[in-house]
Design a protein around this ligand. Structure first.
Ligand code: NPW
Ligand code: K
Length: 482
């Protein structure tokens, strides 16, 4: 599990740890780890000795880390220059160490095209708001040069706590972060700026409280959560998932949601709606029903919404499903048709799976606002609807109304932005719910498998939603094999 903590918590943990250590010890640990990462990158491109490195040095400790790491590289024969954003407020010890090791102060960002590495030490967890103009201009110049960049702790310009990016921010090939991940390293849009992540252990672990603010499941975590049939499992014990999806106009949504549901671990899939012929033609193993969901027979979880349209039948089907005393996942058209008061007062779990536009409508906010502040939006939705909310995006987020860590999905791929892929996700996640996973686990495991399935279906080429559904079994095998 990757865990991330807010700046406030990191600062408190660092303060507690620093009390027990000699002054400057933490920065030396950070700089040592940073120098190793820089050395690795330089060796991959050639060698450390004789390489050309530029440090971008802000006036805080983030700049201090860069300077000490630069001094280590200079001692190994790299040509290291430091560009000081505020020469009168530079970290003095760091600058002295760099100069003593043979490094130099740079006059300006010239010769960027010939650099082997830029180390971004402008701001770390002390950065506030968008980068100031002088720093922003420097970042633009560096980005244009295409020089490889390693960010210190965070790419400068991103919000550590929220993943928001206001204006210019460094685009790093890799980010070397200290003590723990920060939310902004895992959540878009900031996460896109961070490149490959490397966590340096500075001894902070024992000082960090439980639970973290954010967590990202890894293979082993997902493997431990997958519902596996036991020896006595029959199809009913493995759970039946009911799917209410599709319409005369969108029969394909029914097929795709059922395709996802059949691969999610439930023992049987019961389809309810006008797409029964299309579903049966494709999946003869599905059970189908044409009347209202409440008369379709017992299920352990419902999925409602994909391709329903917004006719009167669709509205009453959503209301009918929400009246059931089993977990319900509401997606797509269902999100427009649900009654908020009914959702809030349900006793069984509700999972809502909006994309940014649907989330904005549910919140009465602008889509841009949701996209820029995804973490706040998913928490607010979960609290307001007293539901588990899966906010889709390149980094999908899952939040609960309870104060548990928000989960961020690490397997997303931009190939998933394809018509119908959300239908597959809702069927898959509903199936995991029916198989008995708690809503937060069902949503985060669903998103994880769905992302992996898209990679399996894609192999670097565009995928269709059907390819994603077909990739789910390979994703399961992947996870189980670690
Ligand atoms: N604490 C520890 O134990 C350890 C901490 N470590 C390291 O310290 C880092 C935190 O250091 P920090 O607290 O000094 O803040 P930092 O990120 O350097 O930024 C502050 C500077 O940036 C400036 N600035 C602010 N906003 C700005 C903007 N928008 N645009 C431009 N400039 C802006 C601000 O200027 P001011 O507002 O003062 O004028 C101030 O000078 C942390 O990320 C990690 O790398 C490691 O060594 C491990 C041990
Ligand atoms: K930085």
């Amino acid at each position: 599990m990757r865990r991330a903590y807010s700046v406030e918590t990191v600062r408190a943990a660092e303060a507690a740890l620093m009390q027990r250590l000699p002054e400057g010890a933490l920065m030396q640990r950070a700089a040592a780890g940073l120098a190793v990462a820089c050395g690795d990158l330089l060796r991959r491109r050639g060698r450390v000795y004789g390489s050309r490195v530029l440090l971008l040095v802000g006036s805080g400790d983030n700049g201090g880390d860069a300077l000490y790491a630069g001094s280590r590289l200079a001692r190994r024969g790299a040509g290291v220059r430091a560009l000081l954003l505020a020469p009168d407020r530079v970290h003095e010890g760091g600058l002295a160490a760099l100069l003593a090791a043979g490094g130099q102060v740079a006059d300006g960002p010239d010769g960027l095209g010939a650099l082997d590495l830029v180390v971004d030490g402008i701001t770390g967890i002390g950065g506030r708001g968008g980068l100031r103009e002088d720093a922003a201009e420097l970042v633009r110049t560096v980005t244009r040069s295409r020089a490889p960049v390693i960010a210190v702790d965070l790419p400068s310009g991103v919000e550590a706590d929220t993943g928001q990016v206001q204006g210019e921010a460094v685009r790093a090939d890799a980010t070397v972060t200290f003590g723990t991940y920060k939310p902004g390293l895992l959540i878009d849009p900031a996460a896109e700026h961070a490149g490959a992540l490397r966590l340096v252990d500075i001894g902070l672990g024992p000082e960090l409280p439980e639970p973290p603010d954010l967590e990202a499941l890894q293979y082993a975590d997902v493997a431990a959560l997958l519902p596996l049939p036991g020896a006595e499992s029959d199809k009913y014990r493995r759970g039946v998932v009911g799917v209410v999806a599709g319409s005369e106009r969108y029969p394909g949504a029914a097929v795709l949601a059922v395709a996802g549901a059949l691969r999610g671990g439930a023992g049987a899939v019961r389809y309810v709606g006008p797409g029964a012929d299309a579903v049966i033609a494709r999946f003869p193993e599905a059970l189908v029903h044409a009347g209202p969901p409440s008369e379709a027979g017992r299920v352990q979880a419902w999925v409602v919404g994909p391709g329903l349209g917004d006719g009167g039948d669709a509205r009453s089907a959503v209301a009918d499903v929400l009246a059931a005393d089993v977990p319900v996942l509401v997606d797509a058209d269902g999100l427009r048709l649900l009654d908020a008061g009914t959702v809030r007062t349900r006793t069984a779990a509700t999972v809502l799976t909006p994309h940014a536009g649907e989330a904005a409508a549910l919140l009465g906010a602008a889509r841009e606002e949701v996209e820029a502040g995804r973490l706040a939006a998913v928490r607010e939705l979960a609290a307001r609807y007293r539901a588990t909310v899966l906010l889709k995006g390149s980094t999908t987020l899952v939040a609960e109304a309870r104060d548990t860590p928000v989960r961020v999905n690490p397997t997303g791929t931009s190939w998933l932005a394809t018509a119908g892929s959300g239908d597959v996700l809702s069927g898959l996640t509903g199936s995991l719910l029916a198989a008995g996973l708690p809503p937060r686990d069902a949503a985060s495991v669903g998103a994880y498998l769905h992302g992996l399935a898209a990679r399996h279906g894609s192999h670097g080429a565009p995928v269709s939603a059907q390819d994603v559904a077909d990739g789910i079994p390979a994703a399961w095998r992947d996870v189980r094999q670690g």
